[in-house]
Ligand binder design. Structure first.
Ligand SMILES: Nc1nc2c(ncn2[C@@H]2O[C@H](COP(=O)(O)OP(=O)(O)OP(=O)(O)O)[C@@H](O)[C@H]2O)c(=O)[nH]1
Ligand SMILES: [Mg+2]
Length: 417
């Protein structure tokens, strides 16, 4: 009985926590007590225990006397709350991580920038980082100023070039020989067969090939290679009058030899500067010798090797006894360069006869060919060893080749062997 009373008491104490059905249970428990006091039989007693059991089934109490369902619910709620908090924390952590990385990256960049900004004394010669910091800025400024100056000089050079008025004789020569960049249709209309190699060098409509049609008999001879020299001691003995072809690398020296003799491929050519690396001697019949010189200036070769070629060329043009003329080849597009002037000075001092040949005339407009010829003729007016006029040619189109043959054939004619 005591235990039963205790149960009912606990139930009433916890009624606020219980569901509505519990209030009915409370009524039941009161009735049970009444019944028990009035001494009613076992039946009522049993019904009371049954209802308590029912309550016990619905409401499980834990050790502290708390309802387990409620505790569970609370626990669940706390758990979900905790999970939410954890998620928030992890999100904020990853966000922070990204920000941290960003900051670190910026810091590193700043550090790098700071490194570049190290100020160094420009007058301290022991300092090896003169290109850093302020000095580099100064250098850049200087460079920019220099390049701007160069540009203005270059521009004024171009302007000066465009202002040249070629003489009527030069202009008419350019037109008559179809020098300069021409369209195939124009060459065709002039009566030349554009299917032939170097068509402008041949008789119009000629189907006869190559050497037989050459107007200067000396150039109909076979071109024969007979010696190559890397040093002056290996120059061959002087037997014949020599005509040498000098100029910057890739200017078209070897190609011109082939075009003059219409013997394509006898002298090797290449679009890579620096192919001819020795002084090559070719016999052209019993009366003349043609000499192909290595080029100077830019070439695919080591610096010391190029210097050796240049020295060899200088020695040849200033000391060779049999040398009757140096054809100094100049690219029409680029004109004369520093190295060309150096060689001219040397030949002036050595009193070696030389003539300027403008090459690759097919790469520029006819008016520019005339301007370049005029410009060079004017600049060399006071020189003593130069042979005028400037000759204009194109080994590719054949323009001007016949005129050059005429000039060179005269040398062979008048020279006594
Ligand atoms: N468009 C055009 N190209 C030419 C002419 N003459 C030569 N070339 C080209 O220029 C390049 C160089 O010609 P080369 O005759 O080997 O020149 P090089 O002066 O002997 O050169 P190095 O032996 O290196 O000093 C080749 O690709 C030729 O085809 C020309 O009249 N017109
Ligand atoms: Mg060559």
């Amino acid at each position: 009985m005591v235990s039963r009373d205790m149960d009912t008491k606990v139930i009433s104490r916890r009624r606020s926590l219980l569901k509505p059905e519990l209030s009915t249970l409370k009524v039941d428990s009161r009735e049970t007590r009444k019944n028990s006091l009035s001494g009613e039989g076992k039946r009522s007693n049993n019904s009371e225990t049954n209802s308590i059991r029912k309550v016990k089934k619905c409401v499980k109490l834990n050790v502290n006397g708390e309802d387990e369902n409620v505790v569970k619910r609370k626990h669940k709620e706390r758990k979900t709350l905790d999970q939410r908090e954890n998620r928030k924390k992890s999100e904020s952590f990853s966000r922070n991580k990204v920000e941290y990385k960003k900051n670190m990256g910026e810091e590193r960049l700043l550090k790098k920038k700071k490194k570049r900004g190290i100020r160094l004394d420009p007058h301290d010669t022991s300092n090896k980082r003169l290109d850093d910091g302020l000095t580099s800025k100064d250098n850049n400024k200087e460079k920019q100023e220099d390049s701007a100056k160069e540009k203005t000089v270059e521009m004024s050079k171009n302007a000066q070039f465009r202002a040249i008025c070629p003489s009527p004789s030069i202009l008419s020569f350019v037109e008559d020989n179809l020098l300069g960049r021409r369209r195939d249709i124009q060459i065709k209309r002039a009566g030349y067969n554009i299917e032939l190699s170097a068509p402008l060098d041949n008789i119009p409509f000629s189907t006869n090939s190559e050497r037989e049609r050459i107007e200067e008999p000396v150039f109909r001879n076979k071109l024969e290679f007979f010696a190559a020299a890397k040093v002056s001691s290996s120059f061959p003995p002087v037997d014949l009058p020599e005509i040498a072809f000098a100029g910057r690398s890739n200017v078209g020296k070897s190609s011109l030899l082939n075009a003059l003799t219409r013997q394509w491929g006898v002298v090797r050519t290449s679009d890579k500067p620096g192919l001819t690396q020795t002084i090559n001697f070719f016999k052209l019949g019993p009366k003349m010798c043609m000499v192909d010189l290595p080029g100077y200036g830019f070439a695919y070769a080591k610096e010391e090797v190029k210097e050796a070629w240049e020295e060899l060329v200088k020695e040849y043009v200033s000391t060779r006894l049999g040398l009757k003329r140096v054809c100094l080849l100049i690219d029409t597009k680029w004109g004369m360069k520093q190295r060309d002037h150096e060689l001219i000075d040397l030949m002036e001092r050595a009193q070696t006869k030389y003539q300027i040949i403008l090459t690759k005339t097919d790469t520029v407009f006819p008016i520019d060919v005339a301007r370049r010829a005029m410009q060079i003729e004017e600049s060399l007016k006071s020189n003593k060893s130069v042979v005028q006029p400037v000759v204009m040619v194109s080994s590719k189109s054949g323009a001007g080749i016949r005129s050059l043959r005429t000039v060179l054939a005269k040398i062979a004619r008048f020279v006594k062997p």
